[in-house]
Design a protein around this ligand. Structure first.
Ligand code: KDG
Ligand code: MG
Length: 403
């Protein structure tokens, strides 16, 4: 008897933050997991899956991963978009998990096997001021990280992106969006000073990254990139909003600071111009938001032709299922660059048992068949869904800015 998809369940839990997970079970009793979390819009994806995709999955061959992707993508008629692509990602990832379990192989083996021993990751360091940031960079170095993202609170600008409170950073932290003030002028004056302070104190023998988080115009980003060239950033991330891919040409013309883009993008068509025109150095699309392992592999293969390397988003709103899938892909692809590793609230480990391990600045996949992640239903039930939104940024004159 050919194995078919018998059941698909949408699981929602909030062990310190919200996660949506798709679990597919085959008629042979094999289960696969896919992350379906879209921060602040979780229930839209849950409904897309439950109401529109799950009925299409039942009775289909779980082995036909590519065909399923095409069926769900082209079959929707409507193109791309984070809700659709996150739902497709969840199905795709769960089917790779199943294929690995059926074959008795970890997913990275199905993707062509190991290209590297471990996956270089960057962690986050931040501070309420430069001194606190420097302490946090020291802490990250003690933990063995060889790549560190540095962010500090801009004086007078409450809620600057990326700054931890009590040792933790969770921007989706209020039941209605928190409105945070933003001043580009204050940021442009301050950020280069703390990046320089990090290099002055710790030297150049590690990778230093910085996330601008979509806050600058192309011209401002060009100026910023040029001004921090002496700091030798590994990358400046999301220097300007990404809808206008051509905007990155202006940045490129003015600075040699490498550029990373893509965490908010969902398909190969969203990054096509950025990659083929060599307007970026790292593409940050992820398994969960860019169509699963199947589609992300396609993006990375396109990127490889243009010497653009991977740098996948790995914030805490991407579940351990996405993280495991990312580490399998990172282990296999030739043009891997770096992987974000932010960590999770402590309770997450009660729900998701992952085989991914950290050592010496690297993450490592497990050799368990499939993705190597288990979901504990009983533990998950103790953490009911808890609606939370990302903040909204407003300029000092009250108008809305990109957060
Ligand atoms: O949900 C949004 C976050 O994942 C994002 O703000 C985090 O920019 C981010 C990063 O680089 O981790
Ligand atoms: Mg980012």
């Amino acid at each position: 008897m050919v194995s078919v998809i018998e059941r698909a369940e949408v699981l929602i839990t909030s062990p310190g933050r919200n996660f949506v997970t798709l679990r597919i079970t085959t008629s042979d009793g094999v289960t696969g997991l896919g992350d379906a979390t879209l921060n602040g819009r979780e229930l839209a994806v849950a409904s897309y899956l439950e109401d529109h995709l799950v009925p299409l999955l039942i009775g289909r061959d779980p082995a036909r991963i590519e065909d399923m992707w095409q069926y769900l993508y082209r079959g929707a008629y409507w193109r791309r978009g984070p809700v659709t692509m996150t739902a497709i990602s969840a199905v795709d990832t769960a089917l790779w998990d199943i294929k690995g379990k059926v074959a008795g192989l970890p997913v990275y083996q199905l993707l062509g096997g190991r290209s590297r021993e471990g996956v270089l990751v960057y962690t986050h360091a931040s501070g309420a001021d430069t001194a606190a940031l420097l302490d946090d960079v020291a802490r990250a170095q003690e933990l063995g990280y060889q790549a560190i993202r540095a962010q500090a609170a801009v004086p007078g600008i409450a809620g600057t992106y990326g700054v931890k409170k009590d040792g933790k950073y969770e921007p989706a932290n209020s039941s209605l969006p928190e409105e945070q003030p933003w001043s580009t002028e204050a940021y442009l004056r301050f950020a280069p000073t703390y990046l320089r302070a990090v290099r002055e104190r710790f030297g150049f023998d590690f990778h230093l990254l910085h996330d601008v988080h979509h806050r600058l115009t192309p011209q401002e980003a060009a100026r910023f990139g040029k001004e921090v060239e002496d700091v030798q950033l590994f990358w400046m991330e999301d220097p300007t909003p990404v809808e206008n891919q051509e905007a990155f040409r202006l940045i490129r013309r003015h600075t040699t600071t490498p550029v990373a883009v893509g965490e908010a993008l969902t398909s190969i068509w969203d990054v096509q111009h950025l990659i083929t025109e060599q307007l970026i150095d790292y593409v940050r699309t992820t398994v969960v938001h860019a169509g699963g392992i199947t589609h992300l592999r396609r993006i990375f293969d396109l990127a490889a032709l243009y010497q653009v390397r991977s740098g996948s988003h790995g914030a805490s709103d991407l579940s351990p299922v996405c993280q495991a899938a990312a580490i399998h892909l990172d282990t296999a692809i030739p043009n891997f660059g770096i992987q974000e590793h932010m960590g999770y609230p402590d309770q997450v480990a009660e729900v998701f048992r992952t085989g991914v391990t950290y050592a010496d600045g690297h993450l490592h996949v497990s050799d368990e068949p499939g993705l190597g992640v288990e979901y504990d239903d009983e533990a998950a039930a103790a953490f009911p869904y808890n609606p939370k939104y990302l903040p909204v940024a407003r300029r000092l004159d009250g108008s809305v800015h990109d957060w």
